[in-house]
Write a protein that binds this ligand. Structure first.
Ligand code: GLO
Ligand code: MG
Length: 344
């Protein structure tokens, strides 16, 4: 088994099973108890929303927020865990209804920028420079509701404000084309990295690629990862899987398309991702039908699939690959890949 990859997930990946059509089906597990599961499941990194770390942050002063985040850091230390990133959760607050950074209401935009600064403070207290921006409601239900050109300008400004406020911050944009919005701004990694080039400090803006989000954009996740890797900008991943164009499913990695998962692992191997020290993050959900005492298997199973695929990538016969490429016999190469994945 390859050992050099480090894995992370977020506390929201152990969840109560509510969906838009039904209530929770499993009891809540308190944060401290979730933390205890990480090592047992083979994980070292914790992904955070700002309010995963400091739930009541909207009612606290900046000093109180930092104090509470420092207490969470002690909990992490006690469990031998590290924070991978912190993401501002703008989409659950009433002020984020119309998007935060791109809201039409200037008071909401100002709130979002301040919230991002508090998120940076929390990241520093937790000991991580990485901030993830999933731009959940930064988009539109109907095009006529916003001036998209102005909205992009607001996004540039918000990112620059955070970079200037927090000299340690490294911002990884997590693109997604839709859901909850009809159309989201910054739908692909190409958009994200173009935006990075316009930042006051382009070296501190990169990307996080989620399998399902790339698929929802009609793109190949491994090629999206390759693009970011080619620019030195793949700072995290959210591995999961997705069965076609429908709601964001966050299935176990490899569960819908094992070959697609193999190609994502292959590109991470080709790109030297484990040597970068970056985490292999998961963003997976247990099926709603899963009973509470086994509602963590999606995490350990995703990790196992990943590690098994690392072995598959490393043991693929390179001589066969080279010969097929030299002969331009891609039918033979395809069959060799299929045989290899089937264990032949
Ligand atoms: C939803 C996103 C979400 C983010 C998380 C971190 O579609 O994948 O889970 O990854 O909030 O910002
Ligand atoms: Mg995600």
């Amino acid at each position: 088994m390859a050992a050099e990859y480090r894995f992370s997930f977020g506390p929201w990946n152990i969840h109560e099973g509510a969906d838009p059509f039904g209530p929770t089906v499993r009891p809540s597990i308190e944060f401290g108890k979730k933390l205890k599961r990480y090592k047992e499941l083979g994980f070292d990194g914790v992904q955070f929303h700002d309010d995963d770390a400091v739930p009541d942050m909207e009612n606290l002063s900046p000093e109180q927020i930092v104090k509470q985040a420092a207490e969470v850091k002690s909990m992490l230390d006690g469990e031998g865990l590290v924070a991978e990133f912190v993401a501002p959760r703008l989409w659950e607050d009433p002020r984020g209804i119309d998007g935060g950074f791109t809201a039409n209401d200037s008071a909401c935009r100002a709130w979002a920028v301040e919230r991002f600064k508090r998120c940076c403070d929390i990241g520093n207290a937790l000991g991580t420079p990485l901030r993830v921006l999933w731009l959940a409601r930064e988009g539109t239900y109907i095009r006529e509701s916003k001036n998209a050109i102005t909205a992009y300008q607001y996004l540039f400004d918000a990112i620059n404000d955070a970079l200037e406020y927090d000299p340690k911050a490294e911002i990884a944009i997590e693109p997604k084309p839709n859901e909850p919005m009809d159309h989201a701004y910054v739908p692909t990694i190409g958009h994200a990295l173009a935006l990075a080039q316009k930042a006051v400090d382009p070296a501190r803006v990169g990307g996080l690629i989620e399998t399902a989000h790339a698929l929802l954009a009609g793109l190949d996740p491994s090629d999206e990862m390759a693009f970011a890797l080619s620019m030195g900008k793949l700072w995290s991943v959210h591995l999961n899987d997705q069965n076609g164009l429908k709601f964001d499913q966050d299935k176990t990695f490899g569960a819908a398309n094992l070959r697609g998962a193999y190609n994502q692992v292959r590109v991470l191997e080709l790109g030297g991702y484990p040597e970068s020290g970056r985490f292999v993050g998961l963003d997976v959900k247990a099926m709603r039908s899963q009973k509470a005492d086994v509602a963590h298997k999606h995490l350990s199973n995703s990790r196992t699939v990943f590690l098994r695929l690392v072995e598959k990538v490393r043991t693929f016969p390179k001589d066969v690959e080279q010969q097929c490429i030299a002969d331009r016999d891609y039918e033979a190469l395809e069959m060799a890949v299929l045989e290899h994945l089937m264990g032949g």
